[in-house]
Design a protein around this ligand. Structure first.
Ligand code: NIG
Ligand code: FE
Length: 410
């Protein structure tokens, strides 16, 4: 059969062919073949297998020689705040001198300073700055990313962020999944009136978000939204047909993880201070545990989510960058993997599954991306390495030699 493209000479081909989501021992199953090839037609994978078999069945005008390198699914980043204006370098320096993240937030900086910069930026400026960040993410292997709103915090400014997300996808050639995070912080105009702001989110924002966002997320934490406020927003979101997600247990364990299970959330994210009993409940559910080691690193915190315990408990563990201007100006899933192995106890194979197939599951894309299975999008990464474990071992260099999205290299 004739196809558009054959990627040949993969020294290691990681197909991740077994079904998603992965838990426990299955998280280490990479479907690794030595000497592999991938056949691609009309942007989709037709076959991924041993080179001799694939080559005997498929012919292509275009061949891409991987030269013995690793070929694997492109990364999926299931938690980002990559769309924003301005930066927080001054705040970073304050934190280097000892100021706390929540302290800065309480004094009107932090998220609110990005809200001011985002509101003030033109559409073009927002798109331009964010597209540059996404281009760097793509250069490090990310083809699909979730993108949260949450730096608008007014009806118009939140809807603008969601409307700009498809334009950003178009500009970068990446697959972006929009999430509404109107409950990210109580904006200055509503200081001391959190309930009135939650009314605005529930009554004025959410109905307009339908059709623009796939998920609704809430930052449930000390200094952000209470468990009751979170439940109110997410219950309404569910009624309107949105998927739900939570920023849970980042600084304080308020019960957000249990709420995620109760609501059948797609994911609970952060989980840095989750109590054992809550971990056990989430691990038995179909809600993914999205871990963000770049955030702990960015906060200079010694406190990382216990990735080993999450995998051993049987949770659907995924990894994400949390790319945001405050806690994690992190554009690299390879660096996130390197951290997850050192600081959270994951093995390189588990970290790869967490940043591809399980990450896709966490944003409802496991049928489309995250593994090299026939019918899925031809999103793959070629590493300038002969062993996939280099991804975890090396850090500070970019091992991604090529990111292919829908059969096209950048
Ligand atoms: O995931 N925790 C809340 N939101 C982000 C930080 C956003 C910011 O500081 O701008 C996070 O860490
Ligand atoms: Fe976040």
């Amino acid at each position: 059969m004739k196809v558009d493209l054959l990627v040949v000479n993969a020294g290691q081909l990681l197909t991740l062919a077994a079904p998603a989501p992965r838990r426990g021992a299955d998280m280490a199953d990479l479907g690794l073949l030595r000497g592999g090839a991938v056949a691609v037609h009309e942007g989709r994978i037709v076959a991924a297998g041993l080179q001799d078999e694939v080559r005997s069945r498929y012919e292509a005008e275009r061949q891409f020689d991987a030269g013995g390198r690793v070929v694997m699914p492109a990364f999926v980043d299931p938690h980002t705040h990559v769309l924003y204006g301005g930066g927080r370098i001054a705040e970073f320096e304050l934190r280097l001198k000892g100021a706390g993240y929540q302290e800065i937030m309480a004094s009107g900086g932090g998220i609110m300073s990005t809200v001011r910069a985002t509101r003030a930026a033109s559409d073009e400026a927002l798109l331009g700055e964010s597209a540059r960040r996404l281009a760097r993410m793509r250069a490090q292997g990310t083809a699909t990313a979730e993108v949260k709103s949450g730096y608008g915090l007014s009806v118009e400014a939140e809807l603008r962020m969601l409307r700009l997300t498809p334009a950003l996808a178009e500009r970068t050639g990446m697959r972006l999944v929009p999430t509404f995070l109107g409950a990210h912080a109580v904006p200055a105009e509503y200081a001391g009136r959190a309930e009135a702001y939650v009314d605005l989110v529930v009554e004025e924002m959410l109905p307009h978000v339908v059709g623009l966002a796939e998920y609704c997320d809430v930052f449930c934490d000390e200094g952000a939204f209470t468990l009751e406020e979170t439940a109110r927003v997410l219950r309404r979101a569910k009624e309107l047909g949105l998927g739900v997600k939570l920023h849970a247990d980042e600084f304080a364990a308020l019960g957000a993880t249990e709420l995620a299970v109760e609501l059948g959330a797609a994911s609970a994210d952060h989980l840095m201070v989750t109590p054992d009993a809550a971990r056990a409940r989430l691990a038995q559910s179909s809600t993914a545990a999205v871990l963000l080691p770049g955030t702990s690193f960015g906060l200079k915190s010694g406190r990382y989510a216990d990735g080993r315990a999450w995998v051993d408990a049987g949770a659907i563990v995924a990894l994400a960058s949390d790319c945001n201007p405050g806690t994690a100006p992190n554009e690299s899933l390879p660096f996130t993997i390197a951290l997850a192995c050192r600081m959270m106890g994951l093995t390189p194979a588990e970290a790869v599954v967490a940043a591809t197939l399980n990450a896709a599951y966490a944003i409802g894309r496991a049928g489309e991306v995250g593994s090299l299975a026939p019918g899925k999008a031809a999103d793959l990464v070629i590493l300038d390495a002969e062993d996939y474990r280099e991804l975890a071992y090396r850090f500070g260099s970019n091992l991604v030699w090529q990111t292919v999205v829908g059969g096209n290299a950048a």
